[in-house]
Design a binder for this molecule. Structure first.
Ligand code: 3H9
Length: 686
């Protein structure tokens, strides 16, 4: 039950918000908080106030369950105004995460003290809205327009030290004496008779108007189709006027976005992430297994990237490769990546060195002996992986978790190469591993619950999003990607050009079209895989036969002149496609952008329905998360399953049935799960 308590420490009133799990500002909390503030203001014995929170965190924002429903006062913006009007000084004592409405509450306090591990931010854009409690007006007044713009448009958080340097907090405490530090500060303020420091009364230091013009064009390019970042720029730009006018603008934009479809969609994504953490048959009382040391086998791009993730999370890791040159190359690439990511995050050089120091290179597999978790990241070659797992079985200590980073091999066959299949699972990181948030956690048939639970906790510790999937070929993401690639190939055969297809998908909201992405990843890997399975994608195969493997060979679907990363349309591709068409007896015809989108997305949805039915994917939400976080599906469209529901599952079914007939492809016939849901008048989520 939500509670807001008021206690006294001499002349200081301490108001404590207690609304587990994250002290969200529900209506009950807001109402109680407003009354406690009133009580403190009207009590003559109180000279100053400290606002603090019980439990693991300061207020983590508005209550997302209530957002979007009719709102009753006091709203967060009203409480902020109430704090502004307080004649007595108010100090916020921040621990955990002060996010959204939580940071807005703290910004309306007159001073802010933070625990050193606190994180602060206004992540509202990630929900498709903007801050609606005055944050877009007070943050620029606290730290300046440019840093405020960066934080609000990205929705990123900053740590307490950076917040102190930026002027967002006034002092740091340690977690244990946060309350004592805040009370001491309040006492000092009273003793020194300092008047409340209200951000409302400050002006934002002037900035050139181009700052906002540039921010708008950057946001329009980067977040194509996604409204909130652009609107956030407008709200921050309004902070350059007087506070009241700026606040009015913020409130109008906030209300408009709250009514719009993107908020509902991104709220779905938020709850899907929380849901994904819940695995129904996993006991909650499993003893935690600490992963104090890790080893990675294979120092290629993936292995190096994964090692970087461990070191970044403070976990010592041995990076093993039997080839000295490969190990050296891997380490050099890893250092470059680490340095550029440290620069982006303003990580001090000493900290970078400390983290790099956690990586120990080795040429001997035997050095995996002390690891609590080993991640194998060698070539996609089943016998090679099996032989490594056979050796690891001899070397690794009892109870160590043995993980493979394979992106499509059968994890059960890899586990069978050991005498401890219960300790084996897949951890499918995405490339580049230090950037991509998704990890498919592949539960093989014998994987022990404790091994799965420990792996999920580990992936979260690496600050990534784990999604549990079954051990079927390609798991969930790549299995669906395969369907998209097959259909993309048919689109070229039928008359679309690579740039038509890529442009349609970029317009839809993907950061990159499928052909540009394949050129970047290389065409040869999937070609080898198709050949091994006797599958043909006629156009892709013909390009590979002509030595066009993508960017690395200077040509693939596009041409890359002089090492350029921007592909140009290439006549030779068109000639190759034309000869495939001729061989197959297909007459070329134009394909409209809308049809391209349908033909690429609906077959994926169809495959996803089969994966759901067979239990390889646990929930439609998991599939949406996989595609949003691993393959660039625009989050504001909610993922493929949510999108299918928005379009109407009956429409998707009809189009699939039509395509199956028109193209003579039985595999495109609607999956039984789709047929059943449509018959019941349901979607994936209803
Ligand atoms: C906002 O503030 C708008 C304002 O500008 C407007 C003012 C008018 N509400 O993630 P976890 C639940 S928009 C309700 O697993 P963690 C969550 O569902 C908001 N519930 O823990 C889960 O419940 P369950 C801006 C919330 O330690 C449980 O708490 N704020 C909320 O990994 C634990 O969550 C944000 O966007 C909420 N706001 O991470 C912050 N937050 O156990 C959103 C969490 O039943 N929250 N829950 O599944 C987060 O980023 C993370 O939850 C947090 C904790 C970092 C706080």
């Amino acid at each position: 039950m939500a509670e807001v308590r008021l206690e006294r420490a001499g002349e200081i009133a301490i108001i404590e918000i207690d609304n587990p799990p994250v002290n969200a500002l529900s209506h009950a909390v807001r109402a109680a908080l407003a009354s406690r503030i009133d009580e403190a203001m009207t009590d003559d014995a109180v000279k100053a106030v400290v606002i603090t929170c019980a439990g693991r965190t300061f207020v983590a924002g508005a209550d997302i369950n209530e957002l979007g429903k009719p709102r009753s006062p006091p709203l967060t913006v009203d409480i902020a105004a109430q704090l502004d009007d307080c004649a007595k000084p108010v100090v916020a004592a921040i621990h955990g995460t002060a996010l959204g409405g939580g940071l807005e509450l703290a910004l309306a306090c007159h001073w802010r003290v933070a625990a050193p591990d606190a994180r602060l931010g206004l992540p509202e854009v990630k929900l498709g809205i903007i801050p609606g409690g005055g944050g877009t007006q007070r943050l620029p007044r606290a730290i300046g327009a440019k840093p405020a713009l960066d934080l609000i448009v990205s929705g990123d958080t900053i740590g307490a030290q950076a917040a102190l340097e930026a002027g967002l907090v006034d002092a740091l405490a340690t977690r244990d004496d946060l309350r004592a530090t805040a009370v001491a500060l309040a006492r000092r303020i009273v003793a020194e008779k300092r008047p409340p420091k209200r951000l409302r009364d400050r002006a934002v230091p002037p900035v050139p108007a181009e700052l906002f013009t540039r921010a708008r064009s950057d946001a329009a390019r980067r977040y194509r189709g996604f409204e909130a970042p652009l609107k956030a720029v407008d709200a921050v730009a309004a902070s350059m006027t007087c506070f009241d006018d700026g606040l009015k603008r913020e409130q109008a934009i906030f209300a408009e976005l709250l009514r719009g479809p993107q908020f509902g969609t991104l709220r779905h994504v938020f709850f899907a992430e929380r849901e994904a953490a819940k695995i129904s048959d996993l006991p909650t009382d499993l003893p935690p297994r600490e992963i104090a040391q890790a080893a990675i086998v294979g120092a290629g791009t993936m292995g190096g990237g994964i090692a970087l993730c461990f070191a970044d999370a403070g976990i010592p890791v041995t990076l093993i490769d039997s080839d000295r040159a490969a190990l050296e190359r891997g380490l050099a690439a890893l250092r470059r990546n680490f340095e550029s990511s440290a620069r982006r995050r303003n990580l001090p050089a000493a900290e970078l060195d400390k983290r790099l120091g956690l990586i120990k290179p080795s040429l001997r597999l035997a050095d995996a002996a002390s690891a609590d978790l080993v991640v194998e990241a060698v070539f996609e070659d089943l016998p090679l992986k099996q032989s490594i797992f056979g050796k690891l079985d001899e070397i690794a200590k009892p109870g160590a978790i043995l993980a493979t980073n394979t992106s499509y091999q059968d994890v059960n066959l890899i586990a069978a190469a050991t005498k401890r299949p219960a300790d084996v699972l897949g951890l499918h990181f995405f490339s580049p591993a230090h950037v991509m948030r998704l990890v498919e956690v592949v539960r093989a048939s014998a994987t022990a619950p404790a091994v799965l639970a420990a792996s999920l906790a580990l992936v979260r510790k690496l600050r990534k999003l784990p999604v549990v999937v079954g051990a079927a070929p390609g798991f969930v993401g790549n299995r669906m990607l395969f369907e998209r690639a097959r259909e993309a190939d048919r689109l070229l055969r039928d008359g679309a050009l690579p740039r038509d297809v890529d442009q349609a998908m970029v317009e839809f909201g993907f950061p990159m079209g499928p052909f540009a992405a394949t050129d970047l990843a290389g065409l040869d890997i999937s070609w080898r895989m198709r050949k091994a399975r006797g599958i043909s994608f006629p156009v892709a195969d013909a390009l590979c036969e002509a030595g066009r493997f993508g960017q690395k060979t200077g040509k693939g679907y596009y041409r890359y002149d002089g090492g350029s990363r921007d592909g140009m349309a290439d006549d030779e591709t068109e000639r190759i496609v034309a000869s495939v068409r001729e061989r197959l007896g297909v007459t070329s015809r134009p394909v409209a952008a809308g049809v391209i989108v349908e033909r690429l997305i609906y077959p994926m949805v169809n495959q996803a329905a089969r994966l759901l039915e067979s239990g390889v994917a646990l929930r439609p939400g998991d599939i949406d998360l996989i595609w949003i976080n691993g393959y660039g599906f625009p989050a504001w469209r909610g993922g493929p399953m949510f999108y299918a529901d928005q379009v109407g599952l009956a429409n998707v079914r009809d189009r699939l049935a039509h395509l199956a007939r028109e193209l003579g492809e039985k595999a495109l016939a609607p999956a039984p799960l789709i047929e059943r849901r449509v018959k019941e008048g349901r979607g994936f989520y209803s």
